[in-house]
Design a protein around this ligand. Structure first.
Ligand code: SAH
Ligand code: CA
Length: 215
């Protein structure tokens, strides 16, 4: 779902750098073979993730929710030469396509895939992060935040996807809608947390950028 009028959105996409060929190929294969291909970040959001990563120039990146690896490849574009990206997904059926495209990329040696529940894997990571992308199951967003905030370097950036959840965050919430309830809580947490500075962007399904203060 797009919140921006189609003609404006088309114009913005047209005046955004092209999608790298490997990512276009990954998109085609995802749409042919994998369920729920709409979860993939895609051209425009992918270029934004790449741009943010290049501005941050992180040593270590953590991604929660790999899917077919599209956003991991975009975020890797900004990595330092000695840097690494750790990416976690619980769905074992995705591991093969992830590996195929990571191996085809120039970041092959820098990307590490983890298979399992991010809630269990994150506490075991002995790294500090400069950039984190939260994009897995929405009910666990608040829990992911609690786990990663301790592992952020000062000045580090947390990017969070789907924070507008097709607009459900401004509608009447159904009692059993765990995702929307968690997103409302998460969005409030990050904007009120004194350790952070947060800007929510109403692009695509809503993307928040939170910066960990360095003083
Ligand atoms: N970041 C990807 C899209 C991620 S889709 C992109 O932009 O292209 C969300 C992913 O989160 C799915 O692949 C799903 O398998 C994964 N996921 C859901 N619950 C999870 C959990 N508890 N731990 C790790 N991954 C999880
Ligand atoms: Ca997403």
């Amino acid at each position: 779902m797009h919140f921006i009028p189609t003609n404006i959105d088309d114009y913005a996409v047209k005046h955004t750098q092209k999608e790298p060929e490997l990512l276009a190929k990954l998109t085609r294969e995802t749409f042919q073979k994998i369920l729920q291909p709409r979860m993939l970040s895609g051209h425009y959001q992918g270029r934004l993730l790449s741009m943010i990563s290049k501005l941050v120039n992180p040593k270590n990146i953590l991604e929660i929710g790999t899917y077919t690896g599209y956003s991991a490849l975009c975020l890797s574009e900004g990595l330092q030469k000695e840097g690494s990206l750790q990416t976690i997904d619980i769905n074992e059926e995705l591991a093969e396509i992830q590996k195929k495209y990571f191996d085809l990329s120039e970041y092959k040696e820098q990307i590490r895939q983890y298979l399992g529940n991010a809630l269990e894997i994150i506490p075991r990571l002995e790294l500090k992060f400069d950039l984190v992308f939260i994009d897995a199951d929405k009910p666990n967003y608040p829990a992911y935040f609690e786990l990663i905030i301790e592992k952020m370097n000062p000045g580090g950036i947390i990017i969070t996807d789907n924070v507008l959840w097709s607009g459900k965050v401004v509608e009447k919430v159904k009692e059993d809608d765990a995702s929307t309830i968690a997103l409302l809580r998460y969005n409030k947490m990050v904007v009120e947390d004194k350790r952070l500075e947060t800007v929510m962007l109403p692009i695509r399904d809503g993307l928040s950028i939170s910066r960990v203060k360095d003083n």
